[in-house]
Structure formats: structure tokens, C-alpha cells
Design a protein around this ligand. Structure first.
Ligand code: FE2
Ligand code: FE2
Length: 281
């Protein structure tokens, strides 16, 4: 769901906009002035897709808030819509490089049309955030991690034949699901991050390195699975280490890379790739 931050010192405006925009499918947060809005935006793990702000407010006004966001690399791409009844609003906005200005009292139709325009580049043609689809895939992998861990836990007590079958099943999951997911990310996700995020390469370099370690450990697991008789202690230990690294790796991707992508995604081809991938699964 698209998230918006509405900033206005008039609580009635915040309440009314919150209601209308929520009814239109947005998730809306409100702030009573620019300073509080800025504080929340700086602390947010994932910034909203658009900030809709009043001009005249105590502490920090709408233009000053927009200027503060432009100065922060993580928030500089968040669009700001300035709303004001003041005749000098457009001149002030132009001076600050803000092009989206709406007159108060607000024409809700115009506001919704503008929000649709500003957020359309961040959604796939199916209206779903590309990062949302990737998060769903991560959630599915996390559920499977718990299943593989409990399967590995049964190895020690299983009969030899069942033991080999369980080991092959676990190995097959790493090879077909995890390594395939990693290969897709290296091909489609990381290049987009490298191209659009501020100073992104250390992030993707770290994640690529973890992919390489995961691939090496899966190869070790294949050697252990091929041994006859299978050593259940060594195999389970390797599976545990793999699942631990994979869990940490997914957390790093969610916290760092997908957050960056939410801020900057506008690449239609990439969105189509994510959508096609989600449909195949
Ligand atoms: Fe990954
Ligand atoms: Fe991933």
C-alpha cells in the first residue's frame, strides 16, 4: 500500500485528508508541523512515497521542510506536494524548486490525480509495489527455512534410506530455490540498486559476497549429501549454518536494499521482471 505523510498544523485538515486519502487506498500518517514531520522522516526505516504539506506552520514551514528533505540523500527523492491558501505560495515554491503546488481549500480530485501521478512510477502495472512482491518471496523463504530446520532435526533418528531422502530434499531446496533466488537478484535487483541509490555499491558488494558464501556452502552440502553412509551430524551442522546465514542475509536485504529500492524505483522494465517472476512462482 502507498504511504503518505500529511503535514498540517490544522488538526481538522489532517483529519479530513487522512479520512479521504485512506478511503482512496493510501496509508496515511499525519504530523502537526514541519519540524515533527522531519524528525519522523529522518527516523523512519522506510520513508513515505509522498509528503503532502501545508506552507505556513510553526517551527518549520512547508518550503523549509522540502528543502531539508532535498538535503538528505535518503529522502531527497521523496516528492513534496505543497498546499497553501497564500498568494505567494507559488513564488516561494518555485524558489525552492518545488513544482507540485495546490491551492487551499484543496480540490480533492486534483490532489488524488497528482498523487496518482507521483506514485505511478513506483508501482508495477498490476498496481503492486515491486518491493512488496520481493518481500513476499522473502517471507516464503523464511517459512521454508523453518521447515528445512525441522527436517534436518529429524535426520539423526531417521533410518538410513529415509535419511538420504531427507538430505536430498534439503539440498534440492537450497539449489533450486535459494541459489536461483540469489542468481535472479544478481541479474535484475542489484544492478537497479547500483544504478539508483546514493553510494550503493558497498551494500550490494556485501550481499553479493554473502551469495558467494551461500553457494560455496551449498556445494559443501552436496558433497556431504553424496557421501555413503551420510554423516547426519556433519550434514545437520552445515544445514544449520546455511540457514543462519540465509536468515541474516534476508534481513539485510529487507532492511537495506529494499528500503533503497522503495525510495528510487521507477524502472518499468525492472518492475515487469519482478511481476513476471511473481507470476511464475
Ligand atoms: Fe540475496
Ligand atoms: Fe533475497
Amino acid at each position: 500500500m502507498m504511504r503518505l505523510l500529511v503535514v498540517d498544523d490544522d488538526p481538522d485538515v489532517c483529519e479530513a485528508l487522512s479520512e479521504v486519502l485512506s478511503d482512496s487506498g493510501y496509508e496515511v500518517e499525519t504530523a502537526p508541523d514541519g519540524a515533527i514531520a522531519l524528525e519522523r522522516l529522518l527516523a523512519a526505516r522506510e520513508p513515505p512515497q509522498v509528503v503532502v504539506t501545508d506552507l505556513r506552520m510553526p517551527n518549520l514551514n512547508g518550503v523549509e521542510l522540502a528543502a531539508a528533505l532535498r538535503g538528505c540523500p535518503r529522502l531527497s527523492s521523496v516528492p513534496v506536494v505543497l498546499c497553501s491558501a497564500s498568494p505567494e505560495a507559488r513564488a516561494l515554491a518555485a524558489g525552492a524548486g518545488l513544482k507540485d503546488v495546490l491551492d487551499k481549500p484543496l480540490d480533492l480530485g486534483r490532489l488524488l490525480a497528482l498523487l496518482g501521478e507521483l506514485t505511478s512510477g513506483r508501482q508495477t502495472s498490476a498496481g503492486v509495489l515491486a518491493t512488496e512482491l520481493l518481500r513476499r518471496e522473502h517471507a516464503a523463504i523464511l517459512r521454508a527455512i523453518a521447515e528445512r530446520a525441522s527436517e534436518a532435526g529429524t535426520l539423526g533418528e531417521a533410518a538410513a534410506e529415509a535419511r538420504a531422502a531427507i538430505a536430498r530434499g534439503i539440498l534440492g531446496w537450497f539449489q533450486s530455490e535459494v541459489l536461483e533466488h540469489d542468481a535472479w537478484e544478481e541479474r535484475f535487483l542489484f544492478p537497479v540498486i547500483d544504478a539508483c541509490a546514493p553510494a550503493p555499491r558497498p551494500y550490494t558488494a556485501m550481499l553479493r559476497h554473502q551469495h558467494a558464501v551461500l553457494a560455496r556452502w551449498v556445494a559443501d552440502l552436496a558433497t556431504l549429501a553424496a557421501a555413503s553412509p551420510l554423516d547426519p551430524v556433519a550434514f545437520t551442522r552445515r544445514v544449520d549454518r546455511l540457514l543462519g546465514l540465509l536468515t541474516a542475509h534476508l534481513e539485510a536485504e529487507e532492511a537495506v536494499v529494499l528500503g533503497i529500492l522503495d525510495d528510487c524505483i521507477a524502472d518499468e522494465r525492472f518492475q515487469q521482471e519482478v511481476l513476471a517472476r511473481a507470476r511464475r512462482r
